[in-house]
Design a protein around this ligand. Structure first.
Ligand code: HEC
Length: 129
């Protein structure tokens, strides 16, 4: 009888220990990376965020000199006039290597860094530059 009581008490203590154990603490960013993230559709974020397009790593925007940008790729200027067909822009962002095998511009679509919808949003977004 006493033994059963002990076992019951021990059991419940053990249960409590397990249920009140703190969740493994990991930095929130690591948690987010583990989950399949919602597909980002904000074109400004896609354009500037260094986990996504990171276009500013290589391209400057002539209209926006305040944006810290690289100059590996051509600066964005007069995009609407220079690219009257947005399909051309989508193709460049999807895979510029198809057009220029030596380019260092990443093939965002072919490498599945960005979805077709994200590339569409970006192509429309950069037309304002
Ligand atoms: C690693 C550097 C790099 C990154 C990052 C990059 N590009 Fe490029 N991009 C280039 C280079 C270099 C070219 C020149 C074309 C070529 O080499 O064939 C280019 C060309 C372009 C062009 C044609 C511009 C013109 O005036 O002819 C567009 C549009 C473009 N990139 C859009 C983007 C967008 C949008 C992003 C972000 C999703 C991006 N690029 C990210 C390097 C980059």
């Amino acid at each position: 009888m006493k033994k059963t009581m002990m076992a019951a008490v021990f059991g419940s203590v053990l249960m409590q220990a397990c249920t009140t154990a703190p969740a493994p603490s990991s930095p929130p960013q690591a948690n987010q990376a583990a989950k399949p993230a919602a597909v980002e559709m904000n074109a400004k974020v896609l354009f500037e965020n260094n986990n996504l397009g990171n276009c500013l790593a290589c391209h400057s925007v002539v209209k926006h000199p305040e944006l810290a940008a690289g100059n590996i790729g051509p600066p964005f200027i007069a995009m609407k006039q220079r690219f009257p067909d947005p399909a051309k822009l989508r193709a460049i962002i999807y895979d510029e290597q198809a057009n220029n095998p030596d380019t260092i511009m990443p093939p965002f679509g072919r490498n599945k860094v960005l979805t077709a919808e994200q590339i569409d949003a970006l192509a429309n977004y950069i037309l304002q530059f």
